[in-house]
Design a protein around this ligand. Structure first.
Ligand code: SAM
Length: 190
């Protein structure tokens, strides 16, 4: 099955304050099926290399990229070119939005999607350019929780059970203890 690109755009990153939560956003994006993680605000190569190191061990190929003009990128993505010369779909996660489970069935799936996640401040253009402003409950909480719940609903049950065919380390689900297969080591021992 060919799936459309799924981007997560994190706005307003502050290198001094946000690395841990933003790394969690990137890891949730990767684990639940995003193909691209875009960072607006400060640049942070160290954070991207942490995510790449998870890709190297646990597989997957989510690409990380810093955007210097995020609102310009979002405008272009939604109005002109989502990477293939046609507009894509933008979903902005905000506690002010409409209920996400009601919005999801109306969102087209035959175009690339970007899910926009706010930071300390959210520029008004995020609301304007987004086709959907959706809330995961109308209470303030966490961008990581909002993204995870949205992606689980978008990709369907079991989305969090995703495995990557090129993984070196594969975790065998276990009710007790840790069970990890290292494919490289198994090859060496053959
Ligand atoms: N102060 C920011 C503002 O001006 O709106 C919001 C800060 S909040 C911790 C960071 C991000 O988490 C939000 O921009 C939004 O993307 C996400 N978020 C928090 N609560 C949410 C909710 N109930 N539904 C959807 N997204 C939520």
């Amino acid at each position: 099955m060919v799936t459309e690109p799924f981007h997560v755009l994190r706005l307003g990153y502050r290198k001094g304050r946000d690395p841990r939560i933003t790394t969690h956003l990137a890891l949730v994006s990767r684990a639940l099926g995003a193909t691209h993680f875009k960072l607006a605000g400060d640049e942070d190569e160290d954070m991207f290399s942490n995510v790449r190191s998870v890709n190297e061990r646990f597989g997957g190929s989510m690409e990380c990229e810093h955007l210097s003009g995020a609102m310009g990128w979002l405008k272009r993505f939604t109005q002109r070119d989502a990477g293939d010369g046609e507009p894509g779909v933008a979903v902005h996660l905000t506690m002010y939005g409409e209920p996400y489970r009601e919005a999801i069935p109306r969102i087209r799936r035959d175009r690339p999607v970007v899910v926009v996640v706010g930071g300390a401040k959210v520029p008004p253009e995020a609301f304007e350019y987004a086709h959907y402003n959706v809330a995961v409950g109308n209470q303030p909480h966490s961008e990581v929780a909002a993204l995870a719940l949205f992606m689980e609903a978008w990709f369907g049950e079991g989305g969090a059970q995703r495995t990557f065919p090129d993984a070196r380390l594969v975790i065998e689900p276990s009710a007790r203890g840790k069970n990890v297969h290292d494919k490289e080591r198994q090859k060496e021992n053959k």
